[in-house]
Design a protein around this ligand. Sequence first.
Ligand SMILES: Nc1ncnc2c1ncn2[C@@H]1O[C@H](COP(=O)(O)OP(=O)(O)OP(=O)(O)O)[C@@H](O)[C@H]1O
Length: 839
Amino acid sequence: MSTNQENGTANDAKPGGSGTNFTNGYHGGRSEDKPAGDAEAAVSCGLGAWRPNCIQKCANAKLFCFVLAWFMFFEGLMYSGFFKGAITSLEKQFRMPSSVSGTLATVAEITAVVVVTFVTYPGADSLDLELNPYGHNLVFSSRYYQLLGKRKGLPIYACKEVFMTAMRKSQVVLVEGKVGSGKTTQIPQWCAEFVHAHQYQSGIVGCAEPADLVTCSVAQRVADEMDLVFGEEVGYCTALEDFSTQETILRFVNDSVLLREIAVDPLLERYGVIILDEVQRRTVATDLTMALLGDILSQRSDMRVVVVTTSIQAGNFQSYIGACEVVKVPGAGDSTTEIHHTQDVVHDGKCVEEAVKRVTEIHANDGDNGDILVFLADEKEVQEACKRLREVDDLPAPLHIIPVFPSLSHNQLQGLYDVPDEEPEPTDKGLDEPLRDEDTPEDVVENDGSDTEESGTDGDDDDDDTISGERPRKVIVATDIADSCLVVDTVGFVVDSGRVRQEVFNARVRATQDLVSLISRLSADQRADLASLRPGRPGKCFRLYPQDFMEDLAAFPNPEIHRVNLTPWILLLKRLGVEDLLKFDFPDPPATEFLSGAMNQLKHLDAVDETGCLTDLGAIMSEFPVDPQLARTIIASCEYGCCEDILTIAALLTDFGAILERLELGPCEDSEPKTEEERVKNIKRALAEGYFMQVAHDLDGTGNYFIVKETQVVQLHPTTCLDSNPGWVLYHEFVLSERNYITTLTEIEPQWLFDIAPKYFDPTNLPQGEARRRFHSILVKSELAVPGKPAREWAGPGVAQPAAPRNFTSHPGRGPVPHGQTRERKEEDDDDSKLCVIS
Ligand SMILES: Nc1ncnc2c1ncn2[C@@H]1O[C@H](COP(=O)(O)OP(=O)(O)OP(=O)(O)O)[C@@H](O)[C@H]1O
């Protein structure tokens, strides 16, 4: 990623723009550094300097509206009732000419206009009320000042001027700072000021976040802090929903969504500033976007990129980015974390139990009352731990248990950020001194977190919805998403299992496994740091692994690009015009076999041609935010007249149900098949169009399946609903474990595979063995079945047969199935029907 360290480059206006000039000095929007006293005055009751304490209880919106309503009522009585009535009486009693009564009415109107003008302009000026420059110039609410006070306490707040100067000087700014220093919530706001100061001539601010849950949660928080309407001026966009409008100036986007946006808007012209947040998590999407932004920046001198990371990795990113301004955020200050390790390793099966035990001990013995954050490997463990915690019945005080994992919606996070109005002062109790009964808060209610969705709060830290200023202690049970993405600054205790469940792709058998792995040292340190974000309060971290274990941990998380199936990403890169993958500027290049495996798969799917260029079919496939195999299946379903069915299956197989519902595929080419049997067959054939590389066959009826092309023996997963062992199955998942299983299956007919992928299933390309012999036999018979066509000679091992050219719209033997016909070729004799189990 090479960039322009700015030196006058920003004077080059964006093409078509009207002289955007970022270097000509940042003139800021409003100043947030208004003295706190003024800010308080703006929300307190009184007149001028007269603000007695006794009336400050009235300084709330409800009371204000109530009093205002009475004033308006009396005003109505005075004007419409008394004044108009008096004039009429005067006219009648004293025979006053209408010119006099008209003059009186005019004077009354003019007086009203003068009073309103005075109150609106000089009156507002004398109160020195600040107007929100993004929010239609409305006065800031008291909530804004309340949150501003909190924002000023964040370590990053002191770096604002340094950051703004860096933005003026360089196209790329790297911000490094510890967890909880305020990077995620403050930097987007400063960038909004930056683009606002330049009248959005270069575009709005886009902030890429690594997970949907974080994207929504942060957008909501930032809208609140900026006193703007969530979903309008500040919005978000994930794969499933776009909660932003044309008015949006600050748009939080999932990193994969931003990458896809490059396909339709190659220079990201919509944006003047792009923020890549949490880059240390090393998601594939962030890595690729970072690489692509290098090119975009060289073509857009008016654009800014802000890369946000935790301190420890900043050096690595800096050397990748090249010339850039670096802003170092000081640490959170005086608080420290005391770290405890277990004597022995807590094994996987025991982690939940041990974590629950540790939580109950902390809750029973520690009077500090800081919240407890527990890190477990995956959603299943989180749910299990929450269930067990709810079942503990001898707790000294109720707990508010909050599960946190990526598949939650942000509404379900409500309660995560609630804090009491005033936190209780720490007691001097240590871990060894149990709480007495009288220490237990009496006026709290038990809330197990299950009702969070209905709670109706906005999930905020400063809300008054806490109970009498106190609340049950929170126990946040989370996966690694809370490592750094969701920071809760009321946590005083961290219980760290040291494990994380991750997707790992096995390129050899083309299977993805969900494995529990050890976290990195960076994650372990970040988790510990989260215990000491409360100013002046030390925290404690209980690691469920011994100290010498730390040496076994990798220094940094393994970049996702080194462990996931790259096929969907490579298809996207091809769509973005990347010709030579080996020359692409990956921050951490993946292994060549990952790249070549992905390219081969795309070739088999006809998404790229022999020269590696994107085909028309590939271009269509790249539009789908799903795995290319599934995209291919969806496209094929139009030819087979079974779109609706395949979309339902696709929605079940992915997280993208909502998107698939929205896709407008147009009418299926084929009308409904006649019979149920035909319908099922067409669905299966459409599935085979995408998943033909995931086929297994049972050679001898024993239930031992061989994966075609791999010499891997697998079994049908016990949960499968197939009640017999079909000869040939197509599977969706390969679960690598002690016994390898294939799961989510359907029975297919092997001769379809020749129609669909003749080259892939050419016997000469198959490994030696029974599958190869049978495929050859099927091939010979199917060719004999075409009158006048000689059987193709099998050239024997190692000699590839020329493949029939494939054209996804007009491949012989494919396309719409005419009514009353199937494309299936008849088996010739009994022997064949034994070989090929047909449903
Ligand atoms: N959605 C939210 N609601 C309420 N408070 C929040 C929310 N998100 C963050 N905060 C608070 O804002 C403060 C700053 O958090 P922020 O996420 O900006 O820190 P950070 O430096 O970006 O940390 P990290 O690098 O781990 O993301 C913290 O005190 C946190 O509790």
